[in-house]
Design a protein around this ligand. Structure first.
Ligand code: UDX
Ligand code: ADP
Length: 476
C-alpha cells in the first residue's frame, strides 16, 4: 500500500530547501510544490520576475526556477494554508550552533525546528508525512515526534483529533556550488523511518529520477547519525591534509604531490584532499561540534576529543595563514594595502557562512591592514555583516591603528598599489589572472599568497612577484 502524494510543502527557502524543491519540481511536474519561509525579503527575491536577484547563487538553479516557478513550484510566506494542504512536509530550516545556555558553542539550536513542528502541529489536517531535511543532531526526530503528539516507540502514530503524522529523516547530501548536479545524480538517497507506507511514498518520488539501488533505507536514528558522520569524515580529511600542509612547508615537500600520491590508493581515494585555508560552510563545523556534544553527553571523552581536534586544526590553519602573511610582509601590515581574492567559503556560491575569509580578514584588520576585497558573487553588505565593520569608501589611510576594508569590483582595482594579494576562494577566474599587468600595478616588493593552489604562480614569479603557496616552501 502506498500513500499518494500530490502536494508538497517545504518549510525554509534557503540553500537546502530552494535547490532541493526546484529539482523535485523539475523531475516531478505532476507534484504541486510550495516553498514557504518566514523571511519576506528572501521570498520576494525568489519571486524576482527577471531572476537577476535570486537569494542564492547556484549554477544551474536559475534555469530550473525559470522553467518551474509559477507552474508547479511556488515561493511564499503563506505557511498556514500550505501546511494544511500538504500531504508531505519537508523541514529545511536552519539549525545554527547555540550561542548561549546549555550546550552553547556545540549543540545545535533547535528553536527553529521546534517552531516549525509547532506550526505543523497546529495547521496540518489529515495524515501528513513530515520529513527532516536539514542536518540535525541525532534524535531531533524525537523532538518533532513529541511536538506532533507522538511517542518514541514504533506505534508513535497516535491520533490527535483528525491529525496523524509519520516522521522520516531524509538528510541532504548536496554540496553548495554543485547542488543541482548532486541532487540530480546523488551518490545515494538516505531515508530513515519506521512507517513503511511513508518511506515508500518518499521512495516513489525519488524513483522519478534516481535508480532504486541508490536508495538506502534505515531506522531514523541511523539516518540522522549517518549525515553527521559523513560530514565529520569529509571535514576530517581536510584537517588531515591541512596538517600535512604545515609539515610540507617545514620540510620542503609539496602537499599537492603528497595528496595525489596518497589519493591514488584506491582505499583512500582522491577526493577531499585539497589543502586550503580550512573548511567553511554551514555544516562541517556545526556537525562536528554536535558530534562532540553527543559524545560528551554519553561520556565518550576520547571520541569527543578526537573529533574536537578536527575543528581545532581548522581554526589553527586559518590563524597560521594570517601569521604567515604578516611575517613575510616584514612583520607589519599596518597601513599596507592587501588585495583579498574570494570571500565565499568555496567557489560557485555566494554563501559566506563560516568562510575562512572571515577569520583571516579579521586577523589582518586587527594588524591594521587596508583590505580590498573582491568576490564575484558576495555583496559588500554581506561582507560588512560578516566582518562586523563598516566599509571604508574613502582613500587609503597609512599607519592605521585599526584596519579598514573596502569592496572591489575588478581584479585590477584589487591589485592596484597593493603590497600583497591573498587568494582565499577557489573561483575559477583566479586561474587566468594576467600577471604581467598585475605586476605593473602592485607596489614592490609585492607578494602573492595562494592558499588554494589556484594561481599560476610560476607566471607571477616570472614578473618579479614574491610567491607563497599552501603546503610548499621551496619557492620562498
Ligand atoms: C558539505 C558536504 O560536502 C555535503 O555533503 C553536505 O550536505 C553539506 O556540507 P558544503 O559545505 O556545501 O557541503 O561544501 P563542500 O564542498 O563539502 O566544502 C566544504 C568546505 O571544505 C569548503 O570550505 C571547501 O573549500 C573545503 N574543502 C573541500 C577543502 O578545503 N578541501 C577539499 O578538498 C574539499
Ligand atoms: P540551509 O543552508 O540549511 O538551507 P538557510 O539559512 O539558507 O539554511 O535557510 C533556512 C531558512 O529557513 C531561512 O530562510 C529561514 O528564514 C527559514 N526559517 C527558519 N525558521 C522558519 C520557520 N519557523 N518557518 C519558516 N521558515 C523558517
Amino acid at each position: 500500500m502506498t500513500k499518494e502524494i500530490k502536494n508538497i510543502c517545504c518549510i525554509g527557502a534557503g540553500y537546502v530547501g530552494g535547490p532541493t524543491m526546484a529539482v523535485i519540481a523539475e523531475q516531478c511536474p505532476f507534484l504541486e510544490i510550495n516553498v514557504v519561509d518566514i523571511n519576506e525579503n528572501r521570498i520576494s527575491l525568489w519571486n524576482d520576475p527577471d531572476l537577476t536577484n535570486l537569494p542564492i547563487y547556484e549554477p544551474g538553479l536559475k534555469k530550473i526556477i525559470k522553467k518551474c516557478r509559477g507552474k508547479n513550484l511556488h515561493f511564499s510566506t503563506e505557511l498556514e494554508n500550505n501546511i494544511r494542504n500538504a500531504d508531505m512536509i519537508f523541514i529545511s530550516v536552519n539549525t545554527p550552533v547555540k550561542k548561549t545556555g546549555i550546550g552553547a558553542g556545540q549543540a545545535s539550536d533547535l528553536k527553529w525546528i521546534e517552531a516549525c513542528a509547532r506550526q505543523i502541529a497546529e495547521h496540518a489536517i489529515g495524515h501528513t508525512i513530515v520529513i527532516e531535511k536539514s542536518t540535525l543532531p541525532v534524535k531531533t526526530a524525537l523532538t518533532i515526534k513529541d511536538i506532533l503528539g507522538g511517542s518514541v516507540n514504533k506505534d508513535y502514530q497516535k491520533k490527535i483529533g483528525q491529525k496523524t503524522f509519520s516522521i522520516l529523516s531524509n538528510p541532504e547530501f548536496l554540496a553548495e556550488g554543485t547542488a543541482i548536479n548532486d541532487l540530480k545524480n546523488p551518490d545515494r538517497v538516505l531515508i530513515g523511518g519506521e512507517d513503511e507506507i511513508a518511506v515508500e511514498a518518499l521512495i516513489k518520488i525519488y524513483l522519478n529520477w534516481v535508480d532504486r539501488r541508490k536508495i538506502f533505507t534505515t531506522d531514523l536514528w541511523s539516518s540522522e547519525l549517518s549525515k553527521l558522520i559523513a560530514n565529520a569524515f569529509l571535514a576530517q580529511r581536510i584537517s588531515s591534509i591541512n596538517s600535512v600542509s604545515a609539515i610540507c612547508e617545514s620540510t620542503g615537500a609539496d602537499v599537492n604531490d603528497v595528496a595525489l600520491a596518497v589519493g591514488m590508493d584506491k582505499r583512500i581515494g582522491p577526493h577531499f584532499l585539497n589543502s586550503g585555508p580550512g573548511f567553511g560552510g554551514s555544516c562541517f563545523k556545526k556537525d562536528i561540534l554536535n558530534l562532540v556534544y553527543i559524545c560528551d553527553h554519553y561520556g565518550l571523552n576520547e571520541v569527543s576529543a578526537y573529533w574536537q581536534k578536527v575543528v581545532e586544526i581548522n581554526d589553527w590553519q586559518q590563524k597560521r595563514i594570517s601569521n604567515i602573511i604578516v611575517k613575510n610582509l616584514y612583520g607589519t601590515i599596518s597601513g599596507k594595502k592587501i588585495g583579498i581574492f574570494g570571500f565565499s567559503f568555496k567557489a560557485n556560491t555566494n554563501d559566506t557562512r563560516e568562510s575562512p575569509s572571515i577569520k583571516i580578514c579579521k586577523a589582518l584588520l586587527e594588524e591594521g591592514a587596508n583590505l580590498y576585497i573582491y568576490d564575484p558573487k558576495v555583496s559588500a553588505n554581506q561582507i560588512e555583516t560578516d566582518l562586523d565593520k563598516k566599509e571604508n569608501k574613502l582613500e587609503l589611510t597609512t599607519n592605521n591603528l585599526e584596519g579598514t576594508w573596502s569592496s572591489s569590483n575588478t581584479i585590477d582595482n584589487t591589485a592596484k598599489g597593493a603590497d600583497a594579494l591573498v587568494f582565499l576562494t577557489d573561483w575559477k577566474e583566479f586561474q587566468h589572472i594576467d600577471w604581467s599587468n598585475i605586476a605593473k600595478v602592485m607596489r614592490s616588493p609585492s607578494w602573492v599568497f595562494d592558499t588554494r593552489s589556484i594561481c599560476d604562480l610560476e607566471k607571477a614569479k616570472s614578473f618579479g612577484i614574491n610567491i607563497w603557496r599552501i603546503g610548499f616552501s621551496a619557492m620562498i
